[in-house]
Write a new protein. Structure first.
Length: 364
């Protein structure tokens, strides 16, 4: 298997090109209904039409009813909108724009089923996923920025019709529970659900809400392919704030002569490190000209360290701005990535070159 390579295209197809095994997968899929990453194409109609019309308050918005057709192969979904001006059909297979949370989860599970086939028998999968609120607005859609990687392009709003569709079982303002829907679906599909990790963000996105707390966390789920799997506990241990000392043989208690503090009775020797806890405090750090949601390097470094050894291959089926590739190379691992938007190729290459890494290999 050729490594240190990005495969461009829908990961549901490009994952089929893997002819080897990877030790761990570390990734963050597109969140449900969050944004359009600009991968749609228009078919038919007037090639000179901008496929847009003026909406309320002079904003540009795509109109038309979104539906989906199941295509051949692995059940790819092609989401469609029709331009009201020229009749062109907008097609998009990106994950995250599904009509319902259930379709979104089904598509993700399908992707990670292919990921599981690519893992070694002791392989693991680490998935970061955020949640969404249901905000039903009859007859209306929700505008959100179109994803670009260029600072010179204007981010034009796209219309997300799912907020204008009534979804069964959800009430306006409900927290959908996407991460746990995904986790339980993965478990039902055969994965071992080993742990939920809380990513605590000290600098969360501000929210203009007055009837709940500002959301400042996301989830990272650790899945394993089999009951026994590779996990390097020592590689990610944390330093202790206080060395509790050693056992006092006369009374059987543990005692630190310097502080007089006594810990719980489970210690048998002096410890300077402890098992990593399941709440990780990591600050978000933007990367100029990059991506709406750049994966923080400090967030995925423990995943790669615990889930692989030097020389192993790390997979990211949603490579985005390439953080998984950058961290993998910095830790002496190889990487394989999939990315739907080819515009990210130059960005990933730039990030790797800043670290003096070898050039990427592309599938085209």
């Amino acid at each position: 298997m050729e490594v240190d390579k990005i495969l461009f295209g829908d990961c549901r197809e490009t994952l089929k090109e893997f002819d080897g095994k990877v030790r761990t997968c570390v990734t963050s899929p597109p969140y449900y209904g969050l944004r359009d990453y600009g991968t749609a194409t228009w078919i038919g109609g007037d090639p000179n039409c901008d496929h847009r019309r003026k909406g309320k308050q002079g904003s540009n918005c795509i109109t038309g009813h979104k539906n989906h057709d199941t295509m051949g192969g692995v059940g790819d979904y092609i989401y469609k909108s029709v331009c009201p001006k020229c009749g062109a059909i907008r097609q998009d297979s990106q994950i995250g724009l599904e009509e319902t949370p259930e379709e979104y989860i089904d598509n993700l599970v399908s992707v990670f089923r292919s990921v599981r086939d690519s893992l070694t028998d002791d392989g693991t999968c680490w998935v970061n996923l955020g949640d969404s609120y249901y905000n039903y607005r009859p007859g209306k859609g929700q505008s959100y920025p179109k994803q670009t990687v260029s600072k010179t392009k204007q981010d034009l709003p796209e219309l997300c019709n799912k907020r204008g569709n009534k979804l069964e079982g959800l009430k306006e303002k409900d927290l959908i529970g996407i991460p746990w829907m995904f986790a339980f679906a993965m478990r039902a599909d055969g994965w071992y659900l080993r742990q939920d990790i809380i990513w605590h963000k000290p600098n969360p996105m501000p929210e203009s809400v007055r009837d709940r707390c500002t959301k400042s966390h996301e989830y990272i789920f650790l899945f394993s392919k089999n009951r026994k799997y590779y996990y390097d506990n020592e590689a990610i241990k944390e330093p202790v704030k206080q060395d509790w000392g050693t056992r006092n043989r006369t009374n059987g208690k543990y005692h630190n002569e310097g502080t007089g503090l006594q810990p719980h009775s489970g210690l048998t020797k002096s410890y300077t490190t402890k098992n990593k806890r399941s709440v990780w405090t990591v600050t978000t750090k933007p990367y100029k000209g990059a991506h709406f949601a750049v994966f923080p390097t400090d967030l995925i470094e423990p995943c790669i360290k615990a889930g692989s050894e030097e020389g192993d291959v790390v997979l990211d089926p949603f490579m985005g701005s390439g953080t998984t590739a950058v961290v993998s190379k910095s830790l002496g691992r190889h990487y394989i990535g999939c990315e739907l938007n080819e515009d990210y190729g130059k960005l990933i290459q730039k990030r790797l070159s800043e670290k003096s890494f070898a050039r990427l290999n592309f599938n085209d």
